[in-house]
Design a protein around this ligand. Structure first.
Ligand SMILES: [Zn+2]
Length: 583
């Protein structure tokens, strides 16, 4: 096997055109995102398998309905032997009756068909179902035909249908572990349920659980960070950032630079020097803090009033006309960058590598300007050169998500228009009727009359949900809000919100981090791949290909009881190819 005994062999059959095409989005996109070393067994191919292609491997994945039926009986015997000897099997193939007998023997003998429009999680917990409430009931967007399994001493249910049939089963078969999704990969199809809606943990945890250990992945560590947009420091000159810093979180702050006074800039410098935040140009102004309907909790004395007491409020952006979507002219964009440079230089702070534009709007002409300043990673889930609304169908990795509201959710992908720009963001915005579910305070403060009073517990609940969704998706968690809402609540309420979110992550594997750092690490993982993984008596040999601008984490999973734990080792900067030996 070219990729080593801790790689994954994924079985597909390209003669099953529709099923294979769906698996590209449901299974293969996920494997790319999880960062496992994998190769395929293509049942539609007539080329002879190289020696040792089928075994040994760390795990086998049957990617879609009908994949298993295409495996030649002798290869199936090899795979079954490998699984019984300690490798893992994860299957999304519902057509089990068509499998070669050796493979079929790895699953419960008794199976039935059923229609279900929901998935239920059982009362007993398991590593694979971590994060799900006992008896949690998840409605599908349309009913699907599923395969249900008989459970016994060997096999147990980790998810059931509406009628109580076991639809995701796990078991130990001799030395190996097996998980079968009776939903097929269809559970992860966006017309049924899809990715980044809270069921992704079920998939990656199943793979981690079944795989022979040690099992390496180039996955994103469970970072939890924060981002605030529309910032001028609020009434507390960024005092709210100190609360996040106490927990090890350094937010990205999207600045309205013309709205900041001397106290705000001094505070920005203080945070910059201690690494407590990273700073991006959001826009010059939008004067929300002066709007008639805004009642700030307090007012800082030396904040500029550009709007004549709120009589002339204006939005002034860097590079794009918010009304028409057309770029501002060359001279204006150049002048605006100079104004931005001067403001940052005067304060003694540097622009973040994160680009955080108001409405996510970045004019084409601003791309070279940002790149020249080292800013190369937008964080707003919006395509370059476009207004916030009517986003193009740009199908960003990992999943090409597009919610019913046209938002893209999780985005870790190169800008389709410029190789120097990499979009990195995690947002639940694709799941809401309004995009504002990404903002933990939206609707929970008196800002713009959104609520009759401050509701910190509601805000915390949304924060916990949003962060957990990022972690369940093997992405990262973001505590996001717009600063004008922090401006409308007391420091005590903000403290309550943040501390309740942190408490809500008790028991979760979380690494609190700076937002810029999260993007840097995600980009390094995106720019490289684990291509080989082999364990021997002397340790684990991993080979990586790609280019990174600094060190990056390799996650290594081990079994601990019936669960799994991870550690990370640091891979030095990659400049093409590197083999590492991990003990
Ligand atoms: Zn904004």
């Amino acid at each position: 096997m070219a990729a080593g005994n801790r790689s994954v062999l994924v079985v597909l059959d390209s003669r099953r055109v529709a099923e294979r095409a769906r698996a590209d989005r449901t299974v293969f996109a996920a494997l790319d995102h999880f960062g496992v070393a994998y190769e395929v067994l293509e049942c539609g191919d007539y080329m002879a398998l190289p020696p040792g292609h089928a075994a040994p491997r760390g795990a086998y994945v049957l990617a879609h309905d009908g994949a298993g039926a295409g495996i030649k009986p002798q290869v199936a015997v090899e795979i079954a032997k490998s699984v019984r000897g300690g490798a893992g099997l994860l299957t999304f193939d519902r057509e089990i009756n068509g499998w070669p007998a050796a493979l079929r023997s790895l699953l419960p003998a008794s199976r039935q068909s059923e229609q279900t429009d929901r998935i239920r999680f059982p009362a007993t917990r398991h590593f694979i179902t971590f994060g799900h409430e006992q008896d949690e009931d998840v409605g599908l967007d349309m009913p699907i035909g599923v395969c249900t399994f008989q459970t016994d001493g060997t096999f147990r249910s980790v998810a059931s249908t509406g009628l109580g049939g076991c639809v995701v089963v796990l078991g130990q078969v001799d030395g190996g572990r097996v998980v079968a999704f009776g939903t097929g990969d269809q559970l992860y199809s966006e017309d049924v349920y899809g990715h980044v809606r809270g069921a992704d943990g079920l998939m990656w945890r199943a793979l981690v659980w079944v795989a022979a250990k040690p099992f390496p992945m180039r996955c994103i560590p469970p970072f939890v960070s924060a981002r605030m947009d529309d910032c001028n420091g609020a009434y507390c000159a960024f005092g709210y950032v100190d609360v996040l810093n106490r927990y090890g979180i350094g937010p990205n702050l999207g600045l309205f630079i013309a709205e900041m006074g001397p106290t705000d800039w001094a505070a920005a410098k203080r945070l910059f020097d201690k690494g407590g935040a990273d700073f991006s140009m959001h826009a010059f102004r939008d004067d929300l803090y002066k709007a008639k309907w805004h009642k700030p909790y307090a007012v800082l004395k030396d904040k500029p009033d550009l709007s004549n007491g709120g009589r002339d409020v204006r939005f002034e952006g860097l590079s794009i006309d918010h009304g028409t979507g057309r770029d501002l002219d060359d001279a204006t964009v150049e002048r605006n960058f100079k104004r931005m440079d001067d403001a940052f230089a005067r304060a003694g702070i540097k622009h973040s590598r994160v680009i955080n534009s108001h409405f996510g709007e970045i004019g084409w002409r601003a791309v070279p300007g940002f790149l020249a300043r080292g800013a190369d990673m937008p964080c707003n889930n919006a395509a370059v050169g476009q207004l916030y609304g009517n986003q193009p169908s740009w199908r960003p990795k990992p999943y090409g998500l597009r919610g019913r509201n046209g938002r893209s959710g999780l985005v870790i992908d190169r800008c389709p228009h410029h190789p120097g720009i990499t979009h990195i963001n995690m947002s639940p915005a694709h799941l809401g009727k309004t995009h504002m579910i990404a903002d933990i305070l939206s609707g929970h403060t008196p800002f713009a009359g959104e609520s009759d009073r401050s509701r910190p517990q509601d805000a915390a609940r949304r924060g916990i949900t949003n962060v957990r969704l990022g972690l369940d998706s093997l992405a990262f968690g973001v505590i996001m809000t717009h600063e004008e809402r922090i401006d409308a609540i007391s420091p005590g309420d903000w403290e309550t919100v943040v501390s309740a979110i942190i408490r809500g992550l008790n028991g979760w594997d979380a690494e609190f981090a700076g937002r810029e750092h999260v993007s840097i690490i995600c980009k390094r993982l995106f720019d490289s791949s684990l291509v080989y993984a082999e364990t021997t008596e002397t340790g684990l040999r991993c080979e990586l290909c790609g280019h990174t601008d600094g060190p990056s984490p390799l996650t290594i999973w081990r079994n601990e009881g019936d669960g799994c734990t991870r550690r990370t080792v640091e891979i030095p900067r990659l400049d093409g190819f590197r083999a590492v030996h991990v003990t």
